[in-house]
Unconditional design. Structure first.
Length: 319
């Protein structure tokens, strides 16, 4: 074996996720952080500079929680890999404007402590850590986490989100407002254009696979379109489902998480289609106006089963 071939065939030992990529896990994490910048900027533009404190508190308490747990376990502190920063950012961007900093800190502690570290840390968590923290806050502070503020370009009074207006008042927000982000909602979820900028960046760099987001969008178009065609007066068109709430944010930044999403192509399609179906069902017939968080967490639990039955057959091997 030549010197060059021996170098090229070296084995690299690293923690999961074990996915073929031109980027290392650490590089991927920082690329995701870069992709979240448009959402951070849009949250400040629409809801004010004060919202940066929610993001800072979420990130700092996420880092502190991981550092404390690693220290107690006598493990190496790996903050520089960027994963815990992403957890803090994602959690913050799913929170409503002017959300309590105290509650934000609690959510960050739960997200990292229970959603991530209790399973063993990066690469071992079953559920998306940021969504675990968000689900806890939904249960612990149901009033404050559903108290919304209109963007700066409308007024400063408390307002309902487009999904709440659809659910309880049968009113549908214009698509152009949803696309720009000039609506009430969570900090990083209102502006579709900001999310798409980050999503395109992740697709071009090869950080995320197109199958899960595309499957979610196609499923929303097909499944949501059926109800719209049957009763366009009471049900919104599919574009409303895609651009409202946390659908796009979840499709780009949550459902595509390497650790908690399927490994194989067929499984990714199933995963994405199923998430969107549950989102539509919850939005139209459930007790809550939004269902992205619960749908992704639910399907996270099915990922091992999906991987088992969608694993490609290895030719030349006995059954």
């Amino acid at each position: 074996m030549s010197e060059n071939s021996s170098i090229n065939s070296r084995l690299e030992i690293a923690k999961s996720p074990h996915i073929h990529s031109n980027w290392s896990t650490k590089q991927v994490m920082w690329l995701v952080i870069i992709a979240l910048i448009p959402c951070i900027i849009s949250s400040i533009i629409f809801f004010g500079i004060a919202q940066i404190m929610i993001i800072i508190v979420s990130v700092l308490f996420s880092i502190a929680t991981e550092a404390l747990i690693k220290t107690v376990r006598k493990q190496k502190i790996t903050i520089n890999d960027g994963s815990v920063i992403i957890t803090g950012l994602l959690l913050a961007l799913t929170l409503p404007p002017n959300f309590s900093l105290f509650s934000t800190a609690i959510g960050a502690i739960v997200a990292v402590g229970i959603g991530k570290e209790v399973f063993g840390g990066l690469g071992f968590n079953i559920f998306n850590p940021a969504l675990v923290g968000r689900a806890f806050l939904q249960a612990a502070f149901p009033v404050s986490i559903t108290t919304w503020t209109n963007p700066n370009f409308i007024d400063g009074f408390s307002s309902a989100t487009p999904l709440s207006l659809m659910k309880f008042d049968n009113k549908f927000e214009p698509i152009n407002n949803l696309f720009l982000g000039n609506v009430a909602g969570s900090l990083g979820e209102t502006s579709a254009i900001a999310i798409l900028i980050g999503g395109i960046f992740l697709l071009v760099t090869g950080v995320i696979n197109y199958r899960i987001p595309l499957a979610m969008v196609l499923s929303a178009i097909i499944f949501g379109g059926i109800f719209w065609l049957l009763n366009p007066t009471n049900y919104p068109n599919p574009l409303f489902h895609i651009f409202s709430g946390g659908f796009l944010f979840g499709a780009v930044f949550m459902a595509t998480d390497w650790v908690t999403s399927p490994l194989y192509a067929k499984g990714m399609w199933i995963f994405g289609f199923a998430i969107a179906i549950f989102v539509i069902l919850i939005r139209l017939f459930g007790g809550l106006p939004e269902g992205v968080m619960y749908s992704i967490l639910l399907l996270n639990g099915f990922v091992p089963l999906i991987n088992k039955y969608t694993k490609p057959r290895i030719f030349g091997r006995e059954k």
